[in-house]
Design a binder for this molecule. Structure first.
Ligand code: PLP
Length: 307
C-alpha cells in the first residue's frame, strides 16, 4: 500500500478548497477546539471522501460504515456523479442512515456490527464490480483528512499537543503526517474508547489485533486495527490513551454546556482524555479535534438528561 506523503496533503488541500471552507479553530475550556462538526455532513470525514473521489475513475463505489464515512462517500459521490452503495450494520443511527439516503446513495443494512458490515461490502463489491472503499486503508482518504491538520497548524502554529479521537486511526495518522512535516515538536495523542480498544491495542502491540467492540461512540467503534493508519501511527504517534464511554458522555455534556457545541460521542472523546489528566496538560497549548456532530436524537436526550 502507498504511504501518503506531505506533498499529497498539499495537493489534497488544493483540491478540497474548491469544495470546502476551512473550519474554525475556537478557544474554549482552556483549549483550542477544531470544529470539524460544522462541515457539510457534520464530520471531518467529508475531506477524505471528496479527495478520494476527485481522483478516482470507477463504475461505482461501495463503502461500509457506522455512519460518517458513509455520509462522506455519499456526499462526494453525489458531487462527482458516481453511483454509491453503503453497507451499514442493521439498525443504524437513524440520523446517519437518513442522511445517506437523502444524498442519493443506496443503503444496505447488513451485519450486527461494523466488522460484519465490512464483510458484506467486500462481497457486494465482487458481485457488482464496484470499487470497495476501505474506511482507512486508503492513502487519498488520509491525505484528504490531513488537510484539517494543515489548517489547524496554520491557524495556531505553536500548539504543543493535539488530541485526536481514533476508530480506524485515519484521523490520528493524518495528524501525524502533518505534524511531522510542519510541527515536529507537537505531540499527537490518539484516544479511543476502553469499550472498543482495537486501534489502541494494535498500536501498543505493534501488530494488528482484534478486540471486543462495544462502545456507544460510533466513530470509535472498530473491532480491529487498520494497516495503513497503524503503519503511520507506529512511526509518529506520541501516545494513545483510552477513556470510558461514561467519561465520553460526560465530556459530550461539557462541550454542550461550556463550549456551545453539539458533538457526537466520538467528537467529545478528546475532551474526555483532556479532562482525565489535568496535570499532564497544565501549561500546555492543547488542541482538541471535535470530529463530528451527528448524534442521534436519543443520544442527545440521554446526554442532556444525564448532565
Ligand atoms: C470516524 C470518526 C472518528 C474516528 O476517526 P478514524 O479516522 O476512523 O480514526 C472520530 N470521530 C468521528 C465523529 C468520526 O466520524
Amino acid at each position: 500500500m502507498r504511504i501518503p506523503t506531505f506533498p499529497d496533503v498539499l495537493r489534497a488541500n488544493n483540491t478540497l478548497r474548491r469544495y470546502l471552507a476551512p473550519t474554525p479553530l475556537r478557544s474554549a475550556l482552556g483549549v483550542f477546539i477544531k470544529h470539524e462538526n460544522v462541515q457539510p455532513t457534520g464530520a471531518f470525514k467529508v475531506r477524505g471522501g471528496l479527495n478520494l473521489l476527485a481522483g478516482l475513475k470507477a463504475q461505482g463505489i461501495v463503502g461500509y460504515s457506522t455512519g460518517n464515512h458513509a455520509q462522506s462517500l455519499a456526499y462526494a459521490a453525489a458531487i462527482f456523479d458516481v453511483p454509491c452503495v453503503i453497507v451499514m450494520p442493521v439498525n443504524p443511527n437513524p440520523t446517519k442512515a437518513n442522511a445517506v439516503r437523502s444524498l442519493g446513495a443506496e443503503l444496505v443494512e447488513a451485519g450486527a456490527n461494523f466488522d460484519e458490515a465490512r464483510q458484506h461490502a467486500v462481497d457486494l463489491a465482487k458481485e457488482r464490480g464496484l470499487r470497495l472503499v476501505s474506511a482507512a486503508d486508503e492513502p487519498d482518504i488520509i491525505a484528504g483528512v490531513a488537510t484539517a491538520y494543515l489548517e489547524l497548524f496554520q491557524q495556531q502554529p505553536d500548539i504543543d499537543t493535539v488530541i485526536v479521537p481514533a476508530g480506524s486511526g485515519s484521523g490520528a495518522a493524518a495528524a501525524c503526517l502533518v505534524a511531522a512535516a510542519v510541527a515536529p515538536t507537537c505531540e499527537i495523542i490518539a484516544v479511543q474508547s476502553a469499550q472498543s480498544p482495537a486501534a489502541h491495542d494494535s498500536w501498543r502491540a505493534e501488530e494488528i489485533v482484534d478486540r471486543p467492540n462495544k462502545t456507544v461512540a460510533e466513530g470509535l467503534a472498530t473491532g480491529s486495527g487498520f494497516e495503513l493508519p497503524q503503519h503511520i501511527l507506529r512511526r509518529h504517534l506520541t501516545d494513545f490513551v483510552l477513556v470510558d464511554d461514561a467519561a465520553i458522555r460526560h465530556a459530550q455534556w461539557v462541550m454542550l454546556r461550556d463550549a456551545q457545541t453539539l458533538a457526537e460521542s466520538a467528537g467529545a472523546a478528546p475532551l474526555a482524555a483532556y479532562l482525565a489528566e489535568p496535570d499532564r496538560f497544565r501549561d500546555k497549548k492543547v488542541a482538541l479535534v471535535c470530529t463530528g456532530a451527528n448524534a442521534s436524537e436519543a443520544e442527545i436526550r440521554d446526554t442532556v438528561y444525564r448532565g
